[in-house]
Structure formats: structure tokens, C-alpha cells
Design a protein around this ligand. Sequence first.
Ligand code: HEC
Length: 109
Amino acid sequence: MTRTTIHAAALAAALLAAAPARADEAAQMARGKLLFTTATPACALCHTLKDAGAEGAIGPVLDELQPDAARVARALRDGIGAMPSFRATLSEDDIAALALYVSRASRMK
Ligand code: HEC
């Protein structure tokens, strides 16, 4: 194999490896956005998050708080203050999708 062939093969492998990750992330973002307004009780009821069209005013404005994914996941699993735990109603996949979505969407302008 020539050097160029090796590089091309490495590039193709890298692209193949990256594509499913991107698709997976896009699916998680879509799922998180949907759950933001459909979880029981809905996040949107209590939180403002512009990307989700949510204007709840009971909890902190997530566009301002800009929590990272770990912080979102912790609040969802354990509850915090007046916010209930969602451990009983959301799967770990749901929590991961919401954590990714809220951390990213709260940083969108
Ligand atoms: C019944 C109202 C209510 C609902 C529903 C609710 N929250 Fe909250 N949330 C709150 C309140 C109140 C706080 C502030 C708690 C505190 O700091 O004492 C909070 C805090 C948070 C925080 C910050 C946690 C931290 O570490 O400071 C995040 C992130 C969050 N909520 C995300 C969500 C998401 C995502 C959902 C939907 C699955 C949701 N919340 C549903 C009321 C709610």
C-alpha cells in the first residue's frame, strides 16, 4: 500500500466511525426537545428555555443557568428543591437525551 492509500483508508474509517455518533446525537437532541414539553410533569411548565418555546417561571431560566449535562442529569435523577425527581417516569436514555439537549439548547442564541 502506498502512503496515500493508507491515509485514504484511515480517513474513510474515521468518517465511518464519526457518522453514527452524529446521527445518534441528532436523535438524542430531538428526543430531549420532545421530552422537554411531554415529560410528566413537563419541564416547560416550570422552566423557560427559548429553543423549546418554553416560558415556565417556577424554576430557574435555563437559558441563563446554562447547566452542563451532568448537572441536568443529577437534577432529573434526584430532584432538587421544589423540582421532583424524574427517576420513576424517565428512562436512563430519556435522562441522557434531556441532559444533552438542555445543556446544548441553553447555550444556543
Ligand atoms: C414543578 C416544577 C418543575 C418541573 C416540572 C421541572 N423543574 Fe427543573 N427546577 C424546578 C425548580 C423550582 C428548580 C430550582 C431548585 C432549587 O435550586 O432549589 C429546578 C432546577 C432545575 C435545574 C437546575 C439544577 C441545579 O443543579 O441547579 C435543571 C437543570 C432543571 N431544573 C431541569 C429540568 C428539566 C430538564 C425538567 C423536565 C424533565 C424539569 N427541570 C422539570 C422546577 C421544576
